[in-house]
Design a protein around this ligand. Structure first.
Ligand SMILES: [Zn+2]
Length: 172
């Protein structure tokens, strides 16, 4: 059985670009729609059976009234938003590039040899890293590696895990 098909899928409104990228990195399928009327978002979530993500209380309530699963994204910092999602949907706050989706376009990634990336990646990066992942969507084709930004990613996920632990403790 393909476990991906059982995984929860999301649809994020135009305000949640950053959160969208985080969720995709964590391996969750997130459709991200900018500049769309609320009604269109609700319809699309319903049609594609996605959980609607929004920080707009009005849109959130509208989705619930229509019987659509929705999550009100709260918190100022990205780590808080991620923790809120993880608490409700039991998301794993660990990035495994083998199952990550492209933060830019939501397509699967595949591992790629440095030798085939020579024209796409600066030589200094190729020298320093062994593992690369390429977006399988040919229109995107973005290449990823665990560069210096990786520490920052780890830090934010650790922060999210600590928010999550705190939230779990205050719950009755
Ligand atoms: Zn991509």
């Amino acid at each position: 059985m393909n476990s991906m098909s059982l995984k929860i899928r999301f649809l994020a409104d135009g305000m949640l670009g950053k959160l969208t990228r985080w969720l995709r990195m964590l391996g969750y399928d997130v459709e991200y729609i900018r500049d769309s009327p609320d009604e269109k978002l609700v319809e699309r979530a319903e049609k594609e059976r996605r959980v609607l993500l929004t920080s707009d209380l009005h849109l959130y309530r509208r989705a619930l009234r229509r019987g659509i699963r929705a999550h009100l994204v709260e918190g100022r910092k990205e780590a808080e938003k991620i923790a809120g999602m993880a608490g409700r949907f039991k998301l794993k706050l660990k990035i495994n590039p083998e199952s990550s989706l492209c933060p830019r376009c939501n397509s699967p990634l595949r591992e790629a040899e440095a030798s085939v990336l020579r024209s796409l990646i600066p030589a200094s990066v190729l020298r320093k890293h062994q593992k690369f992942w390429v977006c399988t969507n040919s229109e995107c084709g973005k290449v990823y590696w665990k560069g210096s930004h990786w520490n920052e990613i780890d830090k934010i996920l650790e922060e999210a895990r600590s928010y999550l632990r705190k939230n779990l403790r205050v719950k009755p």
